[in-house]
Write a protein that binds this ligand. Structure first.
Ligand SMILES: [Zn+2]
Length: 246
């Protein structure tokens, strides 16, 4: 079976940045999983919830609903600190991701680049950094060997993609986005992506900004192939699973 893992920083990133590919690939029978490293408890928009713990609980539910709506078979919110991913223990976060990769065994992994994507959010960049390390190390038996005593085997995914774009947001810090190497048509799934984002009711004030960005992005989600198990000729792809075998 084909499997896709998306690693994000906050609940709503999965819909805003990966909602098209999650819808498209889950509909095509790909087993899709999503991890959010934080519960987004320091968000500006709080749905009237002042206490971080209450917002955390609410955003966990919103994330779970949105992932299910997008067709993901599994979703997890981890408990790292929102806004502080750069202060978390690198070895711990990457080790947890390595364990997840070894358990779920995805062929394709999608996340952010260190640019932080169009919002330039440092948490996004950190999610990309942790995931890039986990991608490289999950297949090596000498990394977190204690996990292998539990019956897990090393697992090397085939491809790592960073989400990218051909526009920037004026009100955000300037960034240098990675060049597009994969252009996935999500024409049929734009509505579902918007609807999934709207399931994050605490974040509804962001919906107009999200929709504006979505209009600029058009009917494709764009990616940069940042690592691959097999050396291949560089070319523009239209399918993240191109060349991947079950
Ligand atoms: Zn985010």
């Amino acid at each position: 079976m084909l499997r896709l893992l998306c690693v994000v920083a906050h609940p709503d990133d999965e819909s805003g940045c990966f909602g098209g590919i999650l819808s498209k690939y889950s509909e095509a029978g790909v087993d899709c999983a999503v991890i959010s490293l934080t519960a987004g408890e320091r968000a500006t928009n709080r749905g009237g919830l002042v206490e971080d713990n209450l917002l955390k609980a609410r955003r966990r539910m919103e994330f779970s609903d949105a992932c299910r709506y997008l067709g993901a078979s599994r979703s997890e919110v981890w408990n790292y600190r929102d806004g502080l991913l750069d202060r978390e223990d690198f070895h711990q976060v990457v080790g947890q991701l390595v364990r997840y990769l070894r358990q779920f065994r995805p062929q394709v992994v999608a996340t952010f680049g260190t640019d932080g994507f169009v919002t330039a959010h440092p948490d996004h960049g950190m999610a990309g950094l942790f995931t890039a390390a986990a991608f490289q190390w999950a297949g090596r038996a000498n990394r977190w060997p204690e996990q292998l005593k539990d019956g897990l085997a090393p697992w090397q995914p085939d491809k790592l993609y960073q989400v990218t774009a051909e526009f920037s947001l004026k009100e955000r810090p300037p960034i240098s986005l990675s060049p597009v190497t994969a252009r996935v048509n999500i024409d049929k799934y734009v509505d579902r992506k918007n609807e999934a984002f709207a399931l994050h009711k605490t974040q509804l004030p962001l919906l107009p900004i999200f929709k504006h960005a979505q209009e600029q992005a058009g009917t494709c989600e764009l990616f940069h192939l940042s690592a691959t198990r097999k050396v291949t000729e560089p070319k523009l792809e239209t399918d993240l699973f191109e060349g991947v075998e079950e």
